[in-house]
Design a protein around this ligand. Structure first.
Ligand SMILES: NC(=O)c1ccc[n+]([C@@H]2O[C@H](COP(=O)([O-])OP(=O)(O)OC[C@H]3O[C@@H](n4cnc5c(N)ncnc54)[C@H](OP(=O)(O)O)[C@@H]3O)[C@@H](O)[C@H]2O)c1
Length: 275
């Protein structure tokens, strides 16, 4: 089902463009329904030429034209953007913010009273339509608003709905997660090279092993422990490797990793609220 009304993007950078592309591809919106304003004229020209969407001359113009507004600017410029759009905001608007670490309380405090806001945390695989996005509802947003936002982000991957208090953990797990997965894959490739494989062969084997394992888990829906057992014969090679991981405290390392990122997200949020 298509989205009704006009959709405006404030910021058409990496995430803004990824979303736009996904929405057009999934036919959630038509190009004529979309307008974008970005501080970079080059970016606007590129988006207009590539996708045939409308471009605005300012954030104020965008607010007048749009029903749903996606805030896709960096957190550092959010205060200035909110100041610019505040005067034009009315009860018709739904605001969706993807800015990492900017709390609903902060957004609600800087926009007129009772504006409906949804805060979301996507991740970089959204750039190829395989994102993992968590959505949290502001105090004035309805379930219908949440469903609309979910429809938008389903165009670039999987979505989950959480209470805002869990968004720091989401940031620590799926927001930062791609970096951890890439680091693990790099380590696997080095490990293959250490055992005498060429880097190219090690890369193909590593990436396909991760992709295949993810697909196997998703398509079978099997418990991960059962899938692990399928590869682990008594006294065999895999259990020898798993023994090393267990002895090194691999699970604990990953738990500490996600905890550190979650704590850092909490700290950054506190700094935003103090500013
Ligand atoms: N990339 C990720 O993995 C990821 C994941 C989760 C959440 N996010 C969030 O997504 C948001 C956007 O990130 P991004 O990676 O897409 O950043 P980006 O590529 O830098 O895009 C932001 C765009 O906003 C433009 N801009 C700056 N000031 C503006 C203003 N006042 N009005 C309108 N546009 C303005 C920038 O133009 P200039 O370049 O000329 O300044 C840039 O084109 C951030 O808040 C980030 O926290 C990103």
């Amino acid at each position: 089902m298509g989205l009704k009304g006009e959709l405006g993007f404030i910021g058409g950078g990496k995430m803004g463009e990824a979303l736009l592309k996904g929405l057009l591809k999934a036919k959630v919106v038509r190009a004529e329904q979309v307008c974008v304003f970005d501080a970079s004229a080059g970016c606007l020209e590129h988006l207009k030429e590539t996708y045939g969407i409308n471009v605005c001359r300012s954030n104020q113009e965008l607010v007048t034209r749009s029903d749903v507004i996606i805030l896709a600017v960096k957190p550092q410029v959010m205060a200035a953007v909110l100041d610019e759009i505040r005067p034009g905001m009315t009860a018709k608007h739904l605001v969706i913010s993807i800015a990492a670490g900017i709390p609903l309380r902060y957004l609600e405090g800087r926009l007129p009273e009772k504006i409906r806001i949804i805060r979301v945390m996507p991740n970089t695989p959204a750039l190829i339509g395989e994102g993992a996005t968590a959505l949290a509802r502001g105090r004035y947003a309805s379930i219908k608003d949440l469903q609309l936002a979910e429809q938008v982000f389903s165009a670039v991957g999987r979505t989950v709905i959480v209470e805002e208090k869990y968004l720091d953990a989401v940031t620590g797990l799926s927001g930062s997660g791609p970096a951890y997965v890439f680091a693990i894959m790099e380590a696997f490739i080095d490990a293959g090279v250490r055992m005498g494989l060429s880097r190219e062969v090690a890369r193909v084997l590593t990436l396909q092993t991760v992709l295949g394992s993810v697909k196997l888990a998703m398509e079978t829906g099997e418990h991960l422990g059962c899938l692990k057992e399928m590869v682990t014969s008594p006294g065999g090679t895999t259990i020898a490797g798993l023994h090393v991981m267990a002895r090194a405290g691999f699970n604990g390392i990953l738990m500490d990793t996600v905890e550190a990122a979650t704590r850092r997200s909490q700290e950054l949020r506190e700094e935003v609220l103090k500013s």
